[in-house]
Design a protein around this ligand. Sequence first.
Ligand SMILES: C[C@H](CNC(=O)c1ccc(S(N)(=O)=O)cc1)Cn1ccc2ccccc21
Ligand SMILES: [Zn+2]
Length: 258
Amino acid sequence: MAPWGYEKDNGPAHWHKDCPIANGKNQSPIDLINGEVKYDSGLKPLTAKYVPFSDAKFLNNGHSVQFQPSAGNGSELTGGPLAVKYNFEQFHFHWGNNDTEGSEHRVDGKMYPAELHFVHWNSTNPSFKDAVGSGGPNGLAVLGFFLKVGAENAALKPITDLIPKVKDAGTSVTVPSNFDMQAILPATLTDYYTYDGSLTTPPLAECVKWIVFKQPLEVSAAQMEAFRSVINRDGKPMGGNYRPPCPLHDRAVKTSFK
Ligand SMILES: C[C@H](CNC(=O)c1ccc(S(N)(=O)=O)cc1)Cn1ccc2ccccc21
Ligand SMILES: [Zn+2]
């Protein structure tokens, strides 16, 4: 099979051939149905402590655009549903070719124009790759933020301004060391959905504690358009790089809010 992608001939419906876990019982994304979630008063706010990276790249890997430090620097995530500290690994985006589609998770069937994922790995593992392969839903913790079109996002501007430099698959650019990743996050990481799931791209490993925030972030129409100028390995617009929702099976989605 051609390397996986989101086109007709290599998209999500084909992934099970190389990754049979695609039809597993803990797959992501899902449709977050408010009538079926359960409030858990034990869910505390999350704490993300992000230290500026001196050596990070912003890259186009053919299926997303991704902020990738060269090494860890103590940036970490704790709290919420997490029992231990998780190290920051990377963040990346999923988006659509118009404002009616693009996010991976949905809320009562509604899609947002894009979704931002902050990927972290369980620090009890020696490395990110070990955490992916560690088995069970505590290997990674991914924060999901919906993006909607509105005011310009000043915190994301240093990143969206770099998008034209990584238009082509396989290209990358150095991110200025004064980029403040912490500024992207809302002041308090309180209202979220959380459930046990998987990577949303092959190898689709079922190793993720998902934490999806109820409150979308805003980006300007111009910032949204920047994403839509990115192209994939086939020279086609990358927009549409989202997996459709997967069956919940017998999983519970908990919320930190009533
Ligand atoms: C997974 C890793 C490549 N994929 C990811 O890192 C990743 C991270 C987050 C998401 S999302 N959209 O769910 O937030 C999706 C993919 C490579 N890799 C590491 C071990 C490993 C083993 C076999 C094959 C590839 C392997
Ligand atoms: Zn993702």
